[in-house]
Design a protein around this ligand. Structure first.
Ligand SMILES: [Zn+2]
Ligand SMILES: [Zn+2]
Ligand SMILES: [Zn+2]
Length: 470
């Protein structure tokens, strides 16, 4: 897509054909209108499937939920999210037609479906989806041909966009945003896409037009320069990125980074100097890392965190003498172990690993990469909790600067970071003025005593000064 603009600081794609969905395994935890995670949700009395914060959110959802509600009731249960997303798109087409609607640059009918590129397995899945769809689709709604239904599933398959919760931590839904499908992929893009379900009240007052998908510029863009986003995480060597893009999006990436294999050397770095390891040794350690990562993912999904830590420590021991600081297999282990140790409140060890992780990431990622920003935030918070206030504050500032670009100032995560930035700045000042007093305060805070000296940064910042260490 060619956009004749010099700068695109915030180009919010207004998408009338937007159809958001809630992931099925979280449907009872998340409001189906505003995607906010809530303790107490109210269930739709009709289908007993949809959940909402309250009447306001329920009213906001009704236009999109009305048909779905009676279909679920008739069907007996809610089908999977692909079927539900397809059905929502079809009901929208029934209301508005499949052609261009106001504000959209491309219609659902004109989007690519890549069905002809499907392999055997994908074709089988597609047939199963179409069958389930036909079972779910009510006879009184407009009827569509098999080919058109396949087209819609093909579109979802290659244009579906994952939506994460307000803290950016968990995937809560999937949606199709036709305007966004026009933005091509580049491994080193000039834009990023972010889902902003923003301020809760503002969201609700706008009812079902609430969700915002933003295409945000990562830096200065020259006139006539094509806008691009990355469909995948950059933290893979060019060959693996190209494989992934081919498999998921059916094209060969010809970007400069893939052609010249830029940064592949960093991602595969090995120890330099006197004890330079042999090729075979490197191969062995990488294979060991791959195998261990599989075991780690299994233990992690089962919630056996001490096992995750054990596996990571073992793997790091093998990697240390062989892999370089920016090697992605080392960085993957560092990322997991710092996150899990942090969760287990072993902050000092976690901070150590987190520091090495962000140092490596900084050399690999674009300086305004959202993943880098999120990792920097995580590392900053870990340092803060470990009592390393100087490093912690520095990282939180860096993360804040990145997220201002990638997420924008109104995103809930950016707002969280701003609060943390103010808080850590205050603590750092205290630390610099009187180290002894600082440690006294910290100790008191860890014992959950009320501290009178510190002013509250703002009314809503009710976060504890320090997280209590067990
Ligand atoms: Zn809600
Ligand atoms: Zn309902
Ligand atoms: Zn590429």
């Amino acid at each position: 897509m060619q956009v004749p603009l010099q700068r695109v600081p915030e180009f919010a794609v207004k998408d009338p054909t937007r159809c958001c969905m809630v992931e099925i395994h979280l449907t009872h935890l998340i409001c189906h209108t505003c995607f906010k995670r809530q303790e107490k949700l109210h269930r739709c009395g009709q289908c007993k499937f949809a959940h909402y914060c309250d009447r306001t959110c329920q009213r906001g959802a009704w236009l999109n939920h009305k048909n779905e509600c009676s279909a679920i009731k008739r069907h007996g249960k809610a089908p999977n999210e692909n079927i539900r997303l397809a059905a929502r798109i079809m009901w929208r087409i029934e209301r508005e037609g499949g052609g261009l609607t106001e504000g959209s640059l491309v219609s659902i009918d004109d989007l690519q479906n890549h069905v002809e590129n499907f392999g055997e397995e994908e074709k089988k899945e597609l047939r199963a989806d179409v069958e389930s769809f036909i079972e779910f689709w009510p006879p009184q709604s407009q009827q569509f041909g098999m080919q058109y239904i396949s087209h819609i599933f093909g579109v979802i398959n290659c244009n579906g966009f994952t939506l994460s919760d307000q803290r950016g931590l968990q995937a809560v839904g999937v949606g199709v945003f036709p305007n966004l499908c026009l933005v091509n992929h580049h491994c080193w893009p000039n834009c990023t896409v972010i889902f902003n379900n923003g301020n809760h009240e503002a969201v609700r007052s706008m009812f079902h037009t609430q969700m915002r998908i933003e295409l945000r510029a990562l830096g200065k863009i020259s006139p006539g320069e094509e806008l691009t986003v990355s469909y995948i995480d950059f933290l893979n060597v060019s060959e693996d990125r190209r494989k992934q893009l081919k498999k998921q999006y059916y094209f060969d990436c010809t970007c400069e980074h893939c052609q010249k294999k830029i940064k592949d050397d960093l991602m595969l770095a090995v120890k330099e100097g006197e004890h330079k390891p042999s090729q075979d040794m490197v191969k062995e350690v990488i294979q060991f890392s791959k195998d261990t990562l599989e075991k780690i993912n299994k233990a992690r999904s089962e919630g056996v965190y001490h096992e995750v830590v054990k596996l990571c420590r073992e793997c790091l021991k093998k990697q240390e003498p062989v892999l370089g600081d920016t090697n992605i297999y080392l960085l993957r282990i560092l990322s997991i172990v710092s996150e899990v140790l942090s969760y287990l409140q072993m902050f000092e060890e976690a901070a150590d690993h987190a520091k090495r992780m962000v140092d490596g990431y900084t050399k690999i990622y674009h300086p305004n990469n959202a993943q880098l920003g999120m990792a920097m935030m995580r590392a900053g918070v870990t340092h803060w909790h470990a009592g390393l206030i100087e490093a912690g504050h520095g990282m939180i500032c860096k993360a804040y600067a990145i997220l201002l670009v990638t997420h924008g100032p109104t995103h809930p995560i950016t707002k969280d970071l701003e609060v943390m930035r103010v808080q850590t700045e205050m603590e750092l000042r205290m630390f610099q003025q009187n180290e002894f007093m600082y440690y006294k305060m910290r100790e008191a805070a860890l014992q959950n005593q009320k501290i009178q000296v510190m002013p509250e940064p703002s009314a809503e910042a009710s976060q504890d000064l320090f997280v209590k260490k067990q």
